[in-house]
Write a protein that binds this ligand. Structure first.
Ligand code: RIB
Ligand code: CA
Length: 313
């Protein structure tokens, strides 16, 4: 499967990119970077750092939007650290060149692709919405969008109502959901069922194997944040589960639902609103396959086997 990854690395993004590169089912045609966990410049350097670790600087990295379509940029340094990767990676071997204009790269890459392309979106949807708005016919050329985002039947993680990726650019998310492109949405309902244990991260952090040590140190860093905020000894594999769902849909259980995004609310901006009952009539035809649950244990084995060649770790 040919994929493009749009991302805001970010600790879980970094693990998701490593998983994608370690998965033989995926041909990663490019990585576009978006504002999100940290400013887009830092996210771009982080994407390069992860590709250096994987020995995959052959994968093009393209910088995208530095801010949402309408609102002020919102970041998550409290979770990912000031540089977005817990300060745990050396600078990239070569921070240049990388092009800018992710939306144009997405459109061009779809034209160049000799097979259908799936876009895996791991951050705010600003680049994806911009590509859709700027490129006539793009929605017919995209095979599917698999997006980590939203909170359907549970509270948000950045406000009580909203999950970070959607909250960071609600207008962009609304545009993507009404675009007509087949969407698989992987919200917190599923990703909070896929927890990487803190003690496993601590063991990996002592490994001599670079990718094990890197994932272990990243995981230990963010597990400390989860212990503080959630009382959980571990961290949620938000973005890696979206990659997993793109590869093996049986890792999550989905329902086809009409979903849209609150863009006007003061308290509820970024809330993802799903119509389960069509009462008294449908709010709209289903526009997304929404993952409402995940097989967390099976995904943990899926991830560790691909990244480390063993499970448990
Ligand atoms: O809410 C989780 C999402 O927000 C993940 O994509 C994480 O990387 C952050 O971007
Ligand atoms: Ca992300």
């Amino acid at each position: 499967m040919r994929v493009l990854i749009d991302t805001d690395p970010g600790i879980d993004d970094a693990i998701a990119i490593l998983l994608a590169l370690a998965s033989p089912e995926l041909d990663v045609a490019g990585i576009t970077v978006v504002h999100g966990n940290v400013p887009v410049e830092a996210c771009t350097l982080n994407a390069l750092k992860v590709l250096d670790l994987a020995g995959r600087r052959d994968v093009p990295v393209v910088t995208g939007a530095a801010a949402p379509l309408v609102r002020q940029a919102r970041h998550a340094e409290a979770v990912h650290g000031p540089d977005g990767l817990g300060g745990l990676f050396p600078p990239p071997d070569d921070a240049h060149p990388f092009a800018a204009d992710a939306a144009a790269f997405i459109a061009r890459s779809l034209d160049e692709g000799e097979e259908p392309t799936t876009l895996i979106a791991l951050g705010p949807l600003t680049n994806v919405a911009t590509a859709i708005l700027a490129t006539p016919g793009l929605t017919e050329r995209l095979e599917r969008i698999v997006a980590m985002g939203g909170a359907i039947r549970r509270e948000g993680n950045v406000t009580p109502a909203a999950e970070f990726n959607i909250y960071a650019d609600p207008e962009a998310a609304a545009i993507v959901l009404r675009s007509g492109v087949p969407v698989t949405l992987v919200p917190l309902d599923a990703t909070m069922r896929a927890i990487f244990p803190g003690e496993a991260a601590a063991r990996l952090a002592e490994s001599e194997v670079p990718v094990e040590r890197a994932v272990g140190r990243l995981g230990s860093f963010v597990s400390g944040v989860y212990r503080k905020y959630y009382g959980i000894d571990g961290f949620a594999l938000h973005d890696p589960l979206a990659v997993g769902a793109a590869i093996d849909g049986s890792l999550v259980s989905t329902e086809d639902l009409w979903v849209s995004v609150e863009t006007g609310g003061e308290l509820t901006a970024g809330a993802t609103v799903a119509d389960f009952w069509h009462i008294p009539e449908p709010w709209g035809e289903p526009n997304a396959a929404v993952a409402l649950d995940a097989d967390g244990e099976r995904f943990l084995e899926f991830l560790c086997t691909r990244l480390f060649g063993r499970y448990p770790v």
